[in-house]
Design a protein around this ligand. Structure first.
Ligand SMILES: *Cc1c(COP(=O)(O)O)cnc(C)c1O
Length: 448
């Protein structure tokens, strides 16, 4: 029986994947149609599992977006490498909670190795703590909570035990172009979404390190600087070396939100964009975006692994010098999915060069898109340094809506410097240069 169901799931997944490159990229059904199909009377007796599976796929697929397909350029979403997807199926079959070494020694050891490989590929300090979390927002929350506890510990305050009321004030400094999820993370960990000091940025959205140094000098007491590698609109990366200098001189904790941009460190041609990134104290990076593992997957990395374990861990085993790595020591959760498995499979399959090639190719495709649009008379609003292209039109919203309706590709609108713009992102292993040409042609058609 499980075999039959898994075979059916395999066939349904295969059909979905086969159709992915050619289907209308946006959803085909509206909510009313989806509800009509999916909202059946919940029965007392239950239903046949094969029927549930078949119906589910048939009824929900019209409402899905081909975001894993080659001409999806919305937000920064990323595809799923076949090996990562296949490995993810095994995670469900194994059904191992990655919480304690005792609950699954295999997963604990594999997670340790996948984390070590990720540090290697991202050129981050060996021995850093690596927590496998759901997304960059949660990675930011994990790193920033660790940072908060560490800077308060230096003031003699135990934030984990005693909370924040009565604690010395911690100043958090962010670039004016900080990602919205950093604010959410700060709110979640009790640091106050509104209590941040915003630092001026340049024309591309990258933090001005001189302005940061001045802001740090103006403050007193413990501080945390939250820099960014990869602005969601422009792809710009904060000048991390200069920021690291400013932080080091003033004893500030430096955190880098590198959800997608930190992967530039893996590619020799692009690594200069994030030069100095390895001097930070903590890093948030998504695996479901540019590493192309299935949702959800991100890494919360902290140079001082013991500080991360003190902030997050459930047991003292890690701190006691046990050889057994406790997966829960690096994340805010206890029981959770063994997210390291697809990361392990992706990194091992791609190798260092494969990761670099994936990142390089996406950036080359962004440059190709920018060139094709410019040749078609479209204004490109950003310096295309990474994988993001911002395009301006007389009526950007109208053009975006027409492209979405056309269905050749999908991309979204954004606001940049007070102006409506189209944002086009490249982070999928399966996108070819021909896909870029087809998407560019669709955009130019919609603009005319
Ligand atoms: C996507 C993104 C996030 C949030 O990541 P999730 O994976 O959605 O949690 C945070 N920061 C930046 C710069 C991003 O691009």
């Amino acid at each position: 029986m499980p075999h039959e169901l898994l075979d059916r799931a395999r066939a349904l997944a295969g059909a979905w994947l086969d159709a992915l490159p050619d289907r209308h990229v946006g959803p085909a059904a509206d909510d009313a149609a989806l509800r009509a199909a999916l909202d059946r009377p919940l029965t007392d007796a239950g239903e046949d599992p094969a029927t549930v599976l078949e119906d589910l796929a048939r009824d929900v697929e019209p409402g899905l977006v081909a975001s894993g397909g080659p001409r999806y350029h919305g937000f920064v979403i990323g595809g799923a490498l076949p090996v990562a997807m296949a490995a993810d199926w095994l995670v469900s079959a194994y059904d191992q909670p990655a919480v304690l070494h005792a609950s699954s020694p295999g997963m604990a050891v594999l997670e340790d190795i996948a984390g070590t490989w990720a540090l290697d590929v991202l050129r981050l300090p060996a021995g850093s703590g690596v927590g496998f979390v759901t997304g960059a927002q949660m990675a930011n929350a994990t790193c920033l909570a660790t940072a908060r506890n560490a800077v308060l510990a230096r003031e003699g305050w135990d934030a984990r035990a005693d909370g924040l009321s009565g604690a010395p004030a911690v100043e958090v400094l962010v670039g004016d172009e900080v990602h919205v999820t950093v604010g959410r993370a700060l709110g979640l960990i009790g640091m106050g979404e509104r209590r941040v000091t915003r630092v001026a940025v340049d024309a591309g959205g990258a933090m001005d390190p001189a302005a940061l140094a001045r802001a740090l000098d103006a403050g007193s007491g413990p501080s945390i600087v939250c820099a960014q590698a990869g602005n969601v609109n422009t792809g710009a990366c904060d000048p991390l070396a200069a920021i690291a200098d400013a932080c080091a001189a003033r004893g500030a904790w430096l955190h880098v939100d590198g959800a997608f941009g930190l992967w530039a460190a893996s590619a020799p041609e692009l690594a200069h964009l994030v030069a100095g990134h390895d001097r930070a104290d903590s890093w948030a990076v998504d695996c479901h975006k540019w590493l192309n593992v299935p949702y959800d997957s991100a890494l919360a990395i902290v140079r001082d692994a013991a500080a991360q374990a003190r902030a997050m861990g459930m047991t003292a085993a890690y701190l006691a010098g046990s050889d057994e790595r406790e997966p829960n020591a690096f994340v805010p959760e206890s029981s959770r999915r063994a997210r390291a498995v697809p990361v392990y499979a992706a990194l091992r399959t791609l190798g260092r060069d494969g990761v670099a090639a994936l990142v390089d190719r996406c950036c080359a495709q962004a440059r190709l898109m920018a060139r094709l649009l410019a040749e078609g008379g479209v204004e490109v609003l950003n310096d295309v340094v990474l994988n993001q292209v911002l395009a301006g039109f007389g009526d950007a919203r109208g053009v975006v809506a027409r492209v979405q309706a056309d269905g050749t590709c999908w991309l979204g609108g954004t606001t940049w410097r007070g102006r409506d713009a189209m944002r086009i992102s490249f982070s999928n292993w399966s996108t070819t240069d021909d896909d870029v040409r087809a998407s560019a042609a669709a955009i130019l058609r919609a603009a005319r």
